[in-house]
Ligand binder design. Sequence first.
Ligand code: SF4
Length: 514
Amino acid sequence: MPSIDFVITVDRTMMTNHHGKEFLGFMTTAPAVGMPEWLWMWICAPKPRVDELGRPLEAPYGLRKIEAALKRAGFRAEIIDPDELDKHLPHAKALMIGHHDFFAFCAPSNVWWAVTKREPVNRKYFIKLMESKPVRKFKERGGKIVIGGPAAWQWLHVEDLWDRWGVDIVIDGEAEKVIVDVAQKILNDEPLPRYIYVAPHEVPSIEEIPSIMGASVNGLVEIMRGCPRGCRFCSVTLRPLRYIPIDKIVEEIEVNKKFGIDHALLHSEDILLYGAYGVVPREDPLIKLHEAVISTGVGTVGWSHVSLAATVAAQREGKIVTKIMDLIKSGTGQKFIGVQTGIETGSPRLAKIIMPGKSAPYPPDKWPEIVEEAFRIMTENDIIPAATLILNLPEEKREDLDATVKLLERLREYPSLIVPMYFVPMGVLKNKKALLSFSIKPEHVDVMWMCLEHSLYWAPRLASMYLAENPVVKLAIRLFLKFVEWKKRSLERKVREILEEACRGKYMHKPVNE
Ligand code: SF4
């Protein structure tokens, strides 16, 4: 077996392709509901195919970037499935782990946790990984543990766990450049800093971002980094805007195709801003991008995120959305695409305070109208949004929630899923006492309930369009939705009870050892 110095991994909730359906990944942010945990995990996070070395066929894109950066610098690095670590950790120098939400502090995990009072599976499986036998033995032998990824900031709020699990270094920010220095230091046995923050001016340039060398989960490829909108609650906005050139995007799609992944999931905080003038979409780069992607011969094309304002702007400017969707439909034969988007609030007052750029190029006063127009454009063009709302935003008032309820009523007719997120102030995370007494506010219950009703109304219809090809998974999800339909009345009472209990202060962010 070839020796690997740098083993890159993550727990099962991320080391999976979600049966080829990214939306099923939402389930990994919640505890198992209405079924045993093993079945829940099997539906949303099946083990990927691995080779004889334990390398997964598909791996999270962020891990692929770290692997590529290390390999490009000449290091022996591989992504290894978490169930296969014992094959390599006895000889490895470092274990590198990247995650989107190590401790379920991010939305929507924190909402499900607060509402159900049970730990979401992402947190549970990450803890399980850190406490697994191969990882404990690796640490006893003196191996280094390197942590990174978009949720690296969470480690600043769990300092006791650094010692408990022997974490040597946490890298917070885009790591493609610094990981090479860190790896060299590890090989040289030099001391490591405990924490590296990659500031916006230190992020890698386009040339310094390596192309992936193995397949990414569901064919995800990045088309740009950063976002110009500047919402107050979002860290993406701190990162400078960089458009990945089309030839690099195509190169990564070809890598995925080489490994049999016949799907291109384009990733950006806002697909329609690729090549834009600020926040004004441009037809030329968008059409060129989609033509190039389709010309690779991929079977399907997906989008990760679009903003509602860019959807409206693109459609008003020469029906760009329709033109792109026509290209995708005629080029691949697919009938629709699903995409994530952010409503966040239905209140123009609050939008003006916390996300004044979100509605641009239109004024925040028009935010509810923009949201509804974007939902209409999406429906007319066979785009299914999974939208987020953020509750408990700073400076939120009762009148803002009333405006959100009104908007939700207007959105009912558009096929979509709407998921409530809960804003957890950093101060709460920093202070353990505040953390343990943090609660959902009673005034949020109505909005949460409306989101649930909206999503339950549309879920069965969307499920029949979207469900995984695997007939057993299909059946399991159908049965789950039937169960929800059947239990709707008692469920309504139960959910209201749970939400009201959650209001009475049972927020469950507890230290791991309690
Ligand atoms: S639009 Fe989205 S990605 Fe951009 S700053 Fe706002 S929340 Fe962040």
